[in-house]
Unconditional design. Structure first.
Length: 213
């Protein structure tokens, strides 16, 4: 028996009941729910006061040490006391470990940021965190979505400049016989001139109509 509660590594919403040393040298951490809001019915929002039963899950968390940690979360199943609620019972959940989740939120977040921010490949992040390729890829998509959907900063001064690129290409219209410009050698770029200086967009052409469009 090991009484090292620091092995929990600050996982909010649960507390350490006890820690066991396994035969392979790893450690098994028994957790109990410490967040009172876990008794709130996810369907109607009413606090429950009647226990229906118990359940044990094994959420996976960040690697720790050479052997790692095995989590056993001993949680309760509650009756919903709201007569109009369609959900009669539910198990405890916390923000870091939603109901049905096999991984902690911080493990998923770390997997996504390994690729988005640290330049790791999906397969390397999967090996480092002991996860499957599809799991890490889904985590990366979620992390990338945060960046893609984030609102752009307000632009104080818009910089517009033209760039010579490639060769002009003309093609003949088979119906009219006229030659049409299909690829302009000029491109117009738009940048945040006084902010971060990043490229906001780029369009083909350098006429007033191209810029306005």
């Amino acid at each position: 028996m090991v009484n090292d509660t620091t092995l929990l590594l600050d996982l909010d919403g649960v507390s350490v009941m006890r820690v066991e040393r396994c035969e392979d040298g790893g450690r098994r951490v028994h957790l109990a729910t410490a967040d009172a809001s876990a008794r709130v019915c996810p369907a109607c929002g009413v606090f429950s006061s009647r226990v229906k039963g118990s359940a044990t899950t094994r959420p996976r968390d960040l690697p720790y040490g050479e052997r790692g940690l095995e989590f056993l979360w001993h949680k309760r199943r509650w009756w919903c006391r709201e007569p109009a609620c369609p959900r009669k019972s539910f198990t405890e959940q916390i923000p870091q470990i939603p109901a049905g989740a096999r991984l902690t939120g911080r493990l998923r977040s770390t997997a996504g940021r390994r690729i988005r921010d640290a330049g790791s490949t999906v397969i390397q992040a999967a090996r480092d965190l002991h996860l499957s390729w599809p799991t890490v890829m889904d985590a990366f998509k979620a992390a990338a979505h945060e960046v893609v959907e984030a609102p752009l900063p307000e632009v104080g001064v818009l910089g517009i400049d033209e760039t010579l690129r490639g060769k002009t290409r003309w093609e003949q219209n088979p119906e009219t016989g006229k030659w049409q410009l299909t690829r302009d050698r000029w491109h117009t770029g738009f940048v945040d001139a006084l902010g971060v200086g990043g490229l906001l967009g780029q369009v083909e052409g350098r006429t007033v109509a191209d810029v306005l469009a």
